[in-house]
Design a protein around this ligand. Structure first.
Ligand SMILES: NC(=O)c1ccc[n+]([C@@H]2O[C@H](COP(=O)([O-])OP(=O)(O)OC[C@H]3O[C@@H](n4cnc5c(N)ncnc54)[C@H](O)[C@@H]3O)[C@@H](O)[C@H]2O)c1
Length: 434
């Protein structure tokens, strides 16, 4: 199959590379010339474990290339995937579809022969029909179908998720499009990964329902964590006790500083807006959004309380600022709420993050970037463990405490315990829900 991937970000690049590894001919397109230049030099513009090796392999095999020329990529393609961003629209919480619609217009102008135009971006219900209208209006004679193929990969484990998915969801409205999509995903079908064919609307809805459900699960345990703190229970054990129940499952039950990232915040907002538009308020999702905001702010209070009621003039070392480990993605990371609040309250903030600095430095002005947790902790008043990168999971707490002016730790990922911290010489330790 000949595939054009429009948008070469976290999703487009991973999908393009993996499709080429299936054996398809893939051209990845991006309107950012800097990105295309780097890709053509063999550089991966994002941090995603394993992507560099797989990309180099498929470029060398002649199955994968990169261009800024959308028309050339679309010409003769069997399928054109739209994998551009759908951020929150300023002001109203709706998904901003301007990138999707602009891509659809450009694709329309370049279509040759029968093509399936597949939306991989997360888009509100009805968008695929809109894409079809846009293309039909621009090119009434064009031979094409639209398909919805939402993506479920997780940053940091994206290749494995793409190659070994829990399921692939494909929304189609014609047998011809279904055949093309079936051919594209054939390698996964042969390995018996479930491929779910639905109509367009159902596929679009599955993605929002899944993300909102996961965001709800996280927020639920964060709310339980708060109550645990008041009543003397340990949320880690509560989560374990809940998660062993097969009906509940143990994933997404880790109490922490609130969900962030490129998907949950914007997708919950977009679902809430969709509900309002159809006079079916998404009450649970709306509450989740509100509670999650409170969770993030509660972390600031925790740090301030730990520092004796004020962080003014104190030096705080923050370990990890990306929204989760193994990615450099900073979109809606809890650190973007917590770090500026600490600086605003007069703290001097040092940050260590294994991969986040390049993305984060313009988003977190006024912090001092350092490359080693122990060096950063030197003469500081508090360490905040915000993102659980592996290198922060096995810190030598004794060594860390010794370097600090006042040894305090806000462990917002529940990696350590009050007992460990005390033994290592910490005079203050807080975590979440314990
Ligand atoms: N990041 C994730 O983990 C994830 C997971 C599942 C689904 N999604 C969804 O996938 C979509 C893409 O997300 P992302 O994180 O990859 O976004 P991204 O911002 O990393 O990448 C989007 C890319 O599209 C390019 N682009 C925009 N308009 C273009 C055009 N007309 N022609 C060519 N290139 C264009 C941009 O330059 C950018 O490089 C979103 O809808 C998102 O919700 C993301």
């Amino acid at each position: 199959m000949k595939i054009a991937m429009i948008g070469t970000g976290y999703v487009g690049l991973v999908s393009g590379v993996c499709f080429s590894d299936f054996g398809h001919d893939v051209i990845c397109v991006d309107k950012d010339p800097g990105k295309i230049e780097r890709l053509n030099r063999g550089e991966v513009p994002i941090y995603e474990p394993g992507l560099d090796v797989l990309m180099a392999k498929n470029v060398a095999a002649g199955r994968l290339s990169f261009t800024g020329d959308l028309a050339a990529a679309v010409d003769g393609a069997d399928a054109v995937f739209i994998a551009v961003g759908t951020p929150t629209r300023r002001g109203d919480g709706h998904a901003d579809l301007s990138y999707v619609m602009a891509a659809a217009e450009e694709i329309a102008a370049a279509l040759t022969g029968y093509t399936v135009v597949v939306t991989k971006s997360t888009v509100p219900v009805g968008t695929n029909r809109q894409v079809r209208q846009v293309i039909r209006k621009a090119r009434p004679e064009a031979e094409f179908d639209v398909a919805s193929n939402p993506e479920f990969l997780r940053e940091g484990a994206a290749i494995d998720d793409f190659m070994r998915p829990d399921r692939v969801v494909v929304g189609v409205s014609s047998e011809r499009a279904k055949d093309v999509m079936g051919e594209i995903y054939r390698p996964l079908f042969l390995r018996e990964f479930p491929i779910l064919y639905t109509d367009l609307e159902t596929a679009e809805m599955i993605k929002y329902a899944a993300n909102a459900f996961l965001a709800t699960k996280i927020t639920f345990i964060n709310e339980i964590a708060r109550l645990c703190e008041k009543v003397g229970a340990d949320v880690k054990e509560v989560a374990r006790g809940m998660g062993l129940d097969g009906r509940i499952g143990n994933k997404f039950l880790h109490a922490g500083p609130g969900y962030g990232g490129s998907c949950f915040p914007k997708d919950t907002q977009a679902l809430a807006r969709m509900g309002q538009d159809h006079a079916v308020p998404m009450q649970i999702t709306e509450t989740v959004i509100k509670v999650n905001d409170e969770v993030k702010r509660r972390m600031i209070d925790k740090i301030v309380d730990l520092c004796g009621g004020s962080v003014n003039g104190k030096t705080i070392t923050v370990l990890g600022v990306t929204f989760k480990p193994n990615t450099d993605d900073m979109r809606d990371a809890p650190s973007l709420t917590i770090v500026p609040a600490l600086i605003g309250a007069g703290a001097k903030v040092r940050v260590v993050d294994p991969q986040g600095m390049r993305e984060a430095q313009h988003m977190l002005p006024g912090v001092n970037w350092m490359d080693d947790a122990y060096k950063a902790a030197q003469k500081s008043d508090c360490v905040v463990l915000l993102t659980e990168w592996n290198e922060f999971r096995a810190l030598d707490l004794k060594k860390l405490a010794k370097k600090m002016t006042t040894a305090r730790m806000a462990d917002l990922r529940n990696i350590y315990s009050a007992k460990d911290a005390k033994k290592a010489g910490f005079e203050g330790y807080v975590s979440v829900g314990r």
